[in-house]
Ligand binder design. Structure first.
Ligand SMILES: CC(C)(COP(=O)(O)OP(=O)(O)OC[C@H]1O[C@@H](n2cnc3c(N)ncnc32)[C@H](O)[C@@H]1OP(=O)(O)O)[C@@H](O)C(=O)NCCC(=O)NCCS
Length: 184
């Protein structure tokens, strides 16, 4: 792999494995698509299902390249033994009047759940938000039935602030979206 890897953090997990948190590089594109198509099928809690991620490797590489110069989006990948095990990002709108708000999203590969990866990744994203003093609020939306994620967010200080009734439709089954905020 390319030598120019900016490692943000190394974490020893509960299972003893070493997790590397870093920004994605264009060389990650193929693995990224593979990861996103796999996790879509691992839970019903994301906005996409298995193999619903249709970018080509070139398009994904271009997207990652753009990210490196996009001041409004900060993406982190979690890597164990050269495999992507988590992808998360925080992104803020361009418009000046609402640019102090940001949206957060995260996923972790199922075989690695409950080892502290989600918590480590979110702590890194929150650290980034705090370092960028223009960001005053981190928001997210989560399926009401996704108790694990809600517990994780609450542990990190997020508060439930509202509900979008029947927001998700997974195979005809509707579920509410819980809106959560972390004020910095
Ligand atoms: C939600 C998700 C990101 C959690 O990632 P993770 O790496 O398993 O989380 P962690 O191991 O850091 O867990 C941190 C805390 O969250 C809670 N938690 C996470 N998974 C849990 C589970 N299966 N059961 C109960 N509590 C759970 C616990 O409080 C846990 O702390 P503890 O292990 O010390 O008790 C992961 O399950 C995931 O990717 N799910 C599918 C996609 C998704 O739901 N994304 C969020 C969409 S809003």
């Amino acid at each position: 792999m390319c030598a120019d890897l900016t490692i943000l953090k190394e974490v020893k997990l509960k299972n003893g494995q070493q997790l590397i948190l870093r920004k994605p590089i264009v060389e990650d594109a193929a693995k990224m698509i593979e990861y996103l198509n796999a996790i879509g099928g691992e839970s019903d809690n994301l906005l996409f299902g298995k193999d619903e991620f249709h970018l080509t490797v070139e398009q994904e590489a271009e997207y990652i390249k753009k990210l490196s110069t996009d001041a409004n989006t900060f993406m982190i990948i979690g890597v164990i033994n050269d495999s992507i095990v988590s992808v998360a990002q925080i992104t803020s709108p361009n418009r000046k009047r609402i640019a102090h708000n940001s949206e957060l999203s995260i996923s972790v590969k199922k075989e690695y759940w409950r080892n502290g990866i989600g918590k480590a990744v979110l702590e890194e994203l929150i650290r980034y938000a705090k370092e960028h003093s223009e960001i005053r609020n981190v928001s997210l939306g989560v399926k009401a039935s996704n108790r694990n994620a809600i517990r994780l967010y609450e542990k990190l200080g997020f508060q439930q602030i509202g509900i979008h009734k029947g927001y998700f439709n997974v195979n005809g089954e509707l579920d509410d979206e819980i809106l959560m905020d972390l004020h910095l």
